[in-house]
Design a protein around this ligand. Structure first.
Ligand code: MN3
Length: 241
């Protein structure tokens, strides 16, 4: 056998053949379309809010409930060209013109994304800033009176919903909303910038507190991230000037 033929035969055996002899490359699969919205990881561990909120509640709440809002919102966006490319805030501002699936899941995604940042491990959430504390005293009389009003809003929300402290542009207001409604929605009865929000759906507290929503609401101050509330208030009042 001439040397050149022997080399070619050896190359074939060794799998060193050139491109002409290689199996044709599979045509690359088209990249899947990017999802419009995604679930960010929690800014702390699942067990970080114990003993106020247990790890199992946080794992299910973030990984199952919030993930489902994100998935359902992405499905709704794919089905509606008018929603594509819109920010979450823009969707909420016009949500009264959308089907319930958009309202519930855009609200659910916004509310939970905010909620995670408004909590911190016990002892690490700080205190109200001078600016926020002064404004709370002006609008509610005292920090304690504000807390009582906020807890009452959560306790009196029949069924599922949220309690809110909202900056309306000229004052702080405590309110509550049903389901996943929020103060950014175009048809919200109280519109404004959320400063503090608490989830009063049973899925937020039932494993630890069962039917005792009041105990959840009063214990929740132990994980409130005042530092984040201070930032939200600072941003909201700076915008209003
Ligand atoms: Mn929830």
């Amino acid at each position: 056998m001439p040397a050149i033929v022997r080399i070619a035969a050896a190359a074939l055996v060794l799998g060193l053949a050139g491109p002409a002899l290689a199996a044709p490359a599979a045509s690359p699969a088209p990249a899947p379309a990017a999802e419009a919205f995604s679930l960010a990881p929690l800014p702390y561990a699942y067990e970080a809010l114990e003993p106020v909120i247990d790890a199992q509640t946080m794992r299910i709440h973030h990984g199952k409930h919030h993930q489902a809002y994100v998935n359902n919102l992405n499905t709704a966006v794919k089905a509606s060209p008018a929603l594509q490319g819109k920010s979450l805030e823009a969707i909420l501002a016009d949500v009264q013109n959308q089907p319930a699936v958009v309202r519930n899941n855009a609200g659910g995604h916004y509310n939970h994304t905010l909620f995670w940042t408004l909590m911190a491990p016990p002892g690490t959430g700080g205190e109200p800033s001078a600016a926020l504390a002064d404004r709370i005293r002006k609008d509610f009389g005292s920090i304690d009176a504000f807390k009582q009003a906020f807890q009452a809003a959560g306790a009196q929300r029949f069924g599922s919903g949220w309690a809110w402290l909202v900056w309306t542009g000229d004052k702080l207001v405590v309110t509550s909303t049903p389901y996943q409604d929020n103060p950014l929605m175009g048809d919200a009865p109280v519109k404004g910038a959320p400063i503090i929000a608490n989830d009063v759906w049973e899925h937020a507290y039932y494993l630890k507190y069962q039917n005792n929503r009041g105990a959840y609401l009063s214990g929740w101050w132990g994980v409130l991230n005042w530092n984040q509330a201070n930032r939200l208030f600072e941003t909201a009042t700076r915008k209003g000037k």
